[in-house]
Design a protein around this ligand. Structure first.
Ligand code: SF4
Length: 512
């Protein structure tokens, strides 16, 4: 059992419950009362004792994987929802899960969610579609259709209409990012930035659990053209990288590539390691939330040891292996099994970088980020990105205005030491590139947002500061207006040209 004995200030009401309720059986009641009394001021959050790695490893009891989908919602809520005066009606949750994808597993349900704190518990909000994620009118319509026992076809039509209205494919992913050869789109690849190609291995297009805020949610519900972003073709990937010498990184993404078996993963990775014509490829990245949702993947799964050997093969090839870990909340880093998983990955020479969006109801609190980054550092991870939630799905529910996002980032970053200041944010992964909101300023008597590209479709835009009018309601790049009376941002004309171009921006700016 983990011990918690430190107190840090925090805000966001009494959200510290997540720690106390699940892990605090060893905390004495006197101390607990002390924490409770500080809930309403700058607050307190309990953090675990420093992590002390055991180089021999921890014994972790294997857990058999069990997947839960929408149909399990009534049974799960019935089993775990606290017994009180009011029992929970599962129907609104089922209605929300008809619109947004829902899948979870026994580790998340039994070890991550604090059921004494539902529905506010951040892990519950993160993994179970909530009624408030669908507009009241739409929810009402679906509930009526469900209660009337309307035919599945009619219900599906209603659901499809709602999904289509939720901006399923943001940032022109399907038009500007997919590279073409001889006029044909290359399935399962995106190439937005010159240096990095994304590959969507076909077997990795699902996740151990779906996040309710997922910006790729449409892929899991087949809105638009299903299966568009996936490929089995490891040869095509290698030959594509061979032809484009500006590519430095390949990012395996999904879904979650770590749902694949080690053998499947090897089929994509091995060909990239052994070919001298691919020497310009320096980094292999794997985007994953498996550390949070199924850390057993690295510890007790049948092929966990083979997976670690594969990681070693990558690092021994002289390439950088970056595990791009999606970590939304510090609770995801608390269990003994996730800590053992991190230890084992690091032993292979791989580096774990962490990233997550800033999400109302999940982590919109500077102290949550402080604790998350500090815990990551203790575990040997590198804090990397704080994203702004994309303009898709249940954005109205999760949205944090840019002004607030900037405040949360700066309040958090001020409270960690220099080694944690590797994290960049708030950052918007938008159509023209990754736009970093540096902060606000007053320039020539005008209050402005100061912005900068961290990555851009045209590499020349990267690092160039630009300015937008201050707007306290704006929550995404397309809601911003240029400052100082300018009619458009400096990149907009060129971006329009790229939209009409015949290939993805990653191809257009390759070295000759
Ligand atoms: S892990 Fe990533 S891809 Fe999977 S549901 Fe969450 S955000 Fe989406």
């Amino acid at each position: 059992m983990l011990q918690f004995n430190k107190v840090l200030p925090r805000s966001l009401g009494c959200a510290r419950r997540w720690v106390t309720r699940r892990f605090m059986s060893t905390l004495n009641t006197q101390e607990e009362r002390k924490y409770d009394s500080t809930c309403n001021d700058v607050g307190s959050v309990n953090v675990p004792n420093p992590y002390i790695p055991n180089f021999a490893g921890e014994y972790i009891k294997p857990l058999q994987w069990k997947m839960y989908t929408k149909s399990h919602i009534p049974a799960i809520l019935n089993t775990y929802w606290p017994r009180g005066a009011q029992s929970v009606d599962p129907l609104p949750y089922l209605a929300a899960a008809s619109v947004l994808p829902m899948r979870t597993n026994n580790y998340v349900v039994t070890q991550l969610i604090d059921w004494s704190a539902v529905p506010d518990d951040p892990m519950f909000q993160l993994t179970f579609p909530q009624p408030g994620m669908v507009s009241p009118d739409d929810l009402h319509n679906i509930l009526n259709a469900m209660r009337d026992n309307k035919s599945r076809v009619s219900l599906r039509k209603k659901v499809e209409k709602i999904r289509t209205s939720m901006n399923p494919h943001p940032a022109n992913q399907k038009t500007m990012n997919v590279p073409r050869e001889n006029g044909e789109e290359l399935p399962g690849m995106q190439h937005k930035y010159r240096e990095t190609v994304l590959f969507f291995p076909a077997e990795g297009q699902w996740c151990h659990t779906f996040c309710t805020y997922c910006f790729r949610w449409a892929q899991f519900t087949a809105v638009g053209s299903p299966q568009a972003f996936q490929s089995y073709d490891s040869e095509k990937l290698a030959s594509y990288i061979r032809k484009h010498k500006g590519i430095r990184d390949v990012l395996f993404t999904g879904g979650d590539p770590m749902v694949m078996t080690t053998k499947q993963l090897e089929r994509y990775i091995h060909p990239l390691l052994q070919d001298p014509t691919l020497d310009h490829l320096r980094t292999i990245r794997i985007g994953t939330k498996s550390l949070a949702y199924w850390p057993y993947r690295y510890v007790t799964n049948d092929d966990a040891d083979d997976l670690l050997r594969l990681f070693e093969t990558v690092t021994m090839s002289g390439r950088h292996l970056a595990i791009m870990a999606h970590v939304s909340h510090p609770r995801e880093l608390q269990s003994p099994v996730v800590r053992e998983a991190i230890r084992r990955i690091r032993m292979t020479g791989a580096v774990i970088r962490s990233q997550a969006p800033l999400i109302h109801h999940v982590n919109a609190d500077p102290w949550v980020w402080v604790e998350m980054w500090q815990t990551q550092l203790s575990l040997g991870m590198i804090p990397y990105y704080m994203f702004v939630e994309r303009d898709t799905g249940a954005k109205h529910y999760f949205e944090v205005p840019l002004v607030e996002a900037s405040r949360i980032y700066h309040e958090a970053i001020r409270r960690v030491s220099g080694v944690a200041r590797t994290v960049r944010g708030p950052s918007m992964s938008a159509a023209p590139g990754k736009v970093h909101l540096l902060g606000t300023a007053e320039v020539a008597n005008e209050k402005v947002f100061v912005l900068q590209f961290l990555q851009a479709r045209n590499p020349q835009w990267t690092g160039r500061p630009f300015f937008a009018k201050y707007d306290k309601r704006a929550a995404w790049l397309d809601q911003l207006k240029p400052a100082f009376g300018e009619e458009q941002f400096f990149y907009e004309n060129e971006l329009k040209g790229l939209e009409d171009a015949e290939n993805s921006s990653g191809v257009l700016f390759q070295y000759q």
